[in-house]
Design a protein. Structure first.
Length: 425
């Protein structure tokens, strides 16, 4: 199947072809026709499957297919609302809208916390067709009456599982209550847990359901390996791997913000250009680190799970789990950063003695045992030192109030606004 077989508007097909894509991914093949008909949709798909274009393309098609005056009237209230758990994802979704909608007179805007609200208010006033938002900041706008959600025709809940993990459920329910009853709903989630099922039950009406690839499995193209070692050898081992393998563009996962900072400093000192990205970093610092990483100015980006969630890099060759995540599903999310869109990828986990239970959970979840590799000089000792205090396995750290990342101080002059389309048509 080709994109040209889907019946999308010519302006959209042109933009897709300018991106160099001719074949829709499996989720796009299934989701695009369903969304184009106006049906609700429940899609189980991880990041990396092409899910974003799976909803932005048919949404653009639907907006552009209505009466023309709706696209040309001046003061517009948003017609589409996309909720995302993180600002990074909000930016990426809005960029996708802008990329594929560039030949259409459609405006989009991303609003998220951690940056000044006033420029967002000014942009909302000028009129927006597609609004991409994180829940907390959207509710701030609702409270200040700077956004009107009464004309929303299509509502998208992206990465719904992560939204629930981050404690957004009450915010989501508040937002849904503000939307018109008559609307199209699309819900995307990497997992289909009982909580997600319940949320879907209340939100979606007779949805088309799309489930790409088996859940909790990684792309076939990702080679997954485990190096068993000791906790205190990990830093040296990681530096050794960088030196001997000539790695570039490596995403390294650490469990804590503090650990991410410390590891980035160690790598940097060893001559491996690195930066850390996590919720305590300002928006400016995060954007800069991501840009430098994409441009090849950084060899390694050390990230916590939540900060890495929205990172979108076409061909990330390596993912390193410096520490295994507490929650096995996060392993699948992490390694989903590589092997995307059919590219080869390698995921290596450094596992010390007291992470063995975490490894067992992961292997149980993905239903396979991972290849063990021994690096001479870094073998795991027979008896290992006890692990420092940490939360019980399977427990997420409590996240009171807003999730991490929403409270970063405002950086004056940073890249805060993302909007598209012409305001003077
Ligand atoms: P997503 O799952 O939406 O995060 O997309 C993953 C990556 O796949 C993004 O970098 C997209 O630009 C890319 N992508 C989306 N659709 C296609 C396609 N049909 N062919 C190749 N790459 C694609």
């Amino acid at each position: 199947m080709q994109f040209t077989d889907l019946g999308l508007k010519a302006e959209i097909l042109r933009a897709v072809s300018e991106q160099g894509y001719d074949t829709p991914t499996p989720i796009q093949q299934q989701a695009i026709p369903a969304v184009m008909t106006g049906r609700d949709l429940m899609a189980t798909a991880q990041t990396g499957t092409g899910k974003t274009a799976g909803f932005t393309l048919p949404i653009l098609h639907r907006l552009a297919s209505g009466p023309n005056d709706r696209l040309t009237r001046v003061s517009k209230t948003p017609r589409v609302l996309v909720l995302t758990p993180t600002r990074e994802l909000a930016i990426q979704v809005e960029e996708s809208v802008r990329t594929y909608g560039k030949h259409l007179p459609i405006n989009s805007l991303a609003v998220f916390g951690g940056v000044g609200i006033n420029p967002q208010i000014a942009n909302l006033r000028r009129g927006v067709d597609i609004l991409v938002a994180t829940p907390g900041r959207l509710l701030d706008h609702v409270q200040q009456r700077t956004v009107d959600l009464s004309a929303i025709e299509i509502f998208v809940l992206d990465e719904a599982d992560r939204m629930l993990d981050m404690g957004f459920i009450r915010d989501i329910r508040k937002i849904i209550a503000l939307l018109p009853k008559q609307r199209q709903n699309l819900m995307f989630s990497a997992t289909f847990s009982p909580e997600i099922r319940e949320l879907a039950g209340g939100l979606l009406h007779n949805p088309a359901s799309v489930d790409v690839a088996a859940r909790n499995t990684a792309a076939e193209t990702v080679t997954q390996r485990v190096i068993e070692t000791d906790r205190e050898k990990k830093k040296e081992l990681l530096c050794h791997l960088f030196e001997t393998r000539g790695w570039h563009q490596v995403l390294v996962f650490a469990r804590t913000k503090h650990g991410a900072d410390a590891l980035a400093r160690t790598l940097d000192k060893a001559g491996i250009k690195s930066a850390a990205i996590h919720g305590d970093k300002s928006q400016g610092a995060r954007t800069r680190a991501l840009t430098d990483f994409k441009d090849g100015k950084l060899v390694a980006l050390v990230a916590t799970d939540i900060a890495a969630r929205g990172i979108d890099i076409d061909a990330l060759p390596y993912v390193i789990n410096y520490e295994l995540p507490n929650v096995a599903e996060d392993y699948v999310h992490r390694i989903g950063r590589t092997g995307r869109a059919g590219m080869e990828g390698e995921a290596i986990s450094l596992v010390c003695h007291d992470e063995r239970p975490n490894l067992r959970d992961i292997e149980k979840l993905i239903k396979r045992s991972l290849e063990r590799v021994v690096i001479p000089g870094f073998e795991q000792s027979a008896t290992a030192a006890p692990r420092p205090v940490q939360p019980p396995r399977g427990a997420r750290k409590p996240q009171p109030g807003r999730p991490q990342g929403q409270k970063a101080p405002q950086k004056p002059g940073g890249p805060q606004q993302h909007r598209s389309g012409s305001r003077h048509r």
